[in-house]
Ligand binder design. Structure first.
Ligand SMILES: [Zn+2]
Length: 592
């Protein structure tokens, strides 16, 4: 009889499914007590959450979701149990591929913008689970490298929404196999939750088995020194004043602690040599970062993986990366990255993460020259190239008019402006290039001057054009066009080629060349180009706006033979048309 009732309820919901707006409520506040029992892989939670109706209609039903390996135990409002039905809800936003959804009937309708506070309780287990990957054909062993979240006696690490719904979320179903659906749903959730706050305490009986157990989380100022109390019952407290980009994450293991505050380093026994490469990287990295971004001061942490094949993960002030191998290059850039976060907090994703990745590239340059840095950036280019090509095509179709001349006033319907994106490939990879281009345009000293003036707090960074103003003031140059094409809008990428060249000599026999470059793309940039001649080469820079041409004249010691546009420092949609042979006056299609 019981199963029949469940069926009735499900049918009832199916017929009313059109009315259930799963994303109507934003969870604005979490206050949770989490209990971990690693021997049982168990998590128990209770606490309070605040829901705000962000839809345009009054809402009587709320859908709260947690991982399918967890179960709802109680939901109350003002101390009174409220009616809810629990059901599985297919969604790849959780590693199990399914959520435990509580369809809650609220005692009264919540008007738009109004909030309601719920007392909740849920519990269950969080074992390693690769279902959402293996069911689309990823082999189990490979899937475990990226889907490493678990509670276990030897290693516990659990990431939040997008990986494991260990705290309640309110989302539409996400599907890994359907184009960008998973990323769209996850990024939409992050955007809705960016101003939400969370507090949670973490306690465990794991200390009974393991006296050196360390509990970590990525909440600002709280991921460190969280071990309190006796060695038998470990306790930690984590707080996120505002989520911003952070995915709340906790970890627990028998870590060896090699921290030098504000830099915290936790490694597994047996990984001493790899951990030493991190320790050794600290001093030179600190010197480098201080010179550019000011002294690191806020706590940041790097924590080891038990499985050396685990894919690295970074969120907020915590980086998880394997220390099993001794890779001093990687250790150096990882430490630089975290120290930039320590020196320069920002609530702007493209500033916070963009600068950290940009600093990694500069560190590569310091160690291996400009080409090493450009090769490093090239790996980032691959991450956003395809989506930017789509943007370019859409813009092309969209208009017969010239985009670069500001004739389009309505916001573009495609693309991800850096200033507002929650897509990692943009605020990390594309942003790294944007900072690199700015550096090439205005020089190290001027950019350092601007960065040193940056203040995330004190209300300085309220104006969306704050960063532009700082840089323009330092550079004494109008960069509005650049910020418009690269930061405030997503206009795809530039595409340069040599339109024409004209080598000529003065009456006195001095060799010149007049070069005209054309930018076929919708984003302008200042790009380097190199003129080759017998016995040498000369590199110059030229500003080519979107859909525009630029002409310049260069004096040469010898007649020119070839021109190569763009050394890789400007991300371009097409790099195959960048070499121009002067003898035959033609563009050379390369396979690059
Ligand atoms: Zn980062």
């Amino acid at each position: 009889m019981k199963s029949l009732c469940v069926l009735c309820v499900l049918c009832g919901f199916a017929s009313a499914a059109w009315a259930l707006e799963r994303e109507a409520f934003t969870i604005t506040k979490y206050d949770l007590e989490i209990r971990l029992e690693p021997e049982q892989q168990r998590l128990g939670a209770r606490g309070k959450i605040a829901l705000r109706n962000d839809s345009a209609h009054p809402q009587k039903i709320a859908a709260l979701q947690i991982s399918s390996s967890l179960n709802w135990r109680s939901i109350r409002i003002d101390g009174k149990a409220v009616q809810y039905v629990s059901q599985p809800y297919l969604s790849d936003i959780d590693h199990t591929g399914v959520l435990s959804e509580a369809i809650v009937t609220l005692p009264a309708e919540i008007k738009p913008k109004d909030s309601v506070e719920l007392e909740i309780g849920y519990e269950g287990v969080i074992p390693l689970d690769t279902t959402r990957l293996t069911r689309i054909g990823v082999p189990e062993e490979i899937a475990q490298h990226s889907s490493w979240d678990q509670i276990s006696p030897s290693f516990t690490a659990v990431r939040g929404a997008g990986y494991v719904a260990w705290y309640p979320i309110t989302t539409e179903s996400a599907d890994f196999s359907e184009g960008n659906s998973l990323f769209e749903v996850t990024n939409r959730w992050k955007k809705r939750e960016q101003d939400a706050s969370m507090k949670f305490s973490l306690s465990t009986d794991g200390g009974t088995y393991d006296r050196n157990l360390l509990l970590l989380c990525n909440g600002i100022g709280n991921n460190i020194d969280t071990r309190e109390g006796s060695t038998h019952d470990h306790y930690a407290r984590c707080e996120y004043e505002r989520f911003g980009l952070a995915t709340p994450t906790f970890a627990m293991a028998n870590y060896q602690d090699q921290s030098k505050p504000p830099f915290y380093l936790f490694s597994f026994p047996g990984h001493e040599a790899g951990a030493a490469t991190y320790s050794n990287a600290l001093e030179p990295a600190t010197k480098f970062v201080s010179g550019w971004f000011g002294p690191p001061s806020a706590p940041v942490a790097i924590a080891d993986f038990a499985d050396p094949n685990s894919a690295p993960f970074e969120s907020g002030t915590l980086l998880m990366a394997s220390m099993a191998a001794q890779d001093s290059k990687l250790a150096g850039t990882n430490v630089v990255h975290e120290l930039v976060h320590s020196a320069l907090p920002s609530s702007r994703p493209w500033v916070y993460e963009g600068l950290a990745h940009f600093a990694e590239a500069m560190y590569r340059q310091q160690q291996g020259g400009r080409q090493a840095a450009l090769d490093f950036l090239g790996l980032h280019r691959a991450a956003f190239l395809d989506s930017e090509k789509e943007v370019s095509e859409a813009l092309q179709k969209n208009s017969g008019q010239k985009v670069g001349e500001q004739k389009i006033v309505e916001p573009p319907t495609v693309g991800q402006p850096l200033a507002s994106t929650f897509d990692e490939t943009y605020y990390r990879s594309k942003a790294a290039y944007v900072w690199w281009m700015l550096r090439d345009m205005i020089g190290d000293d001027t950019l350092k001057q601007a960065i040193r003036k940056y203040r995330a707090k004190d209300d300085d960074d309220k104006d969306p054009k704050y960063v532009e103003r700082l840089i323009e003031a330092a550079a004494k140059r109008d960069l509005g066009w650049f910020f418009d094409d690269w930061v405030y809008q997503d206009r795809g990428l530039p595409d340069f080629h040599v339109q024409s060249v004209h080598p000529w000599k003065t009456d006195k026999g001095v060799q010149f060349i007049t070069v005209t470059l054309e930018n076929l793309g919708n984003a302008g940039a200042e790009v380097p180009f190199t003129i080759l001649f017998e016995g040498g080469e000369i590199t110059k820079r030229i500003e080519a706006r979107a859909k525009g041409t630029a002409t310049t004249r260069v004096e040469l010691p010898q007649p020119p033979s070839e021109i190569v546009v763009n050394d890789g420092s400007v991300p371009e949609s097409d790099l195959t048309n960048n070499v121009f042979q002067i003898g035959g006056q033609q563009e050379v299609k390369s396979q690059k």
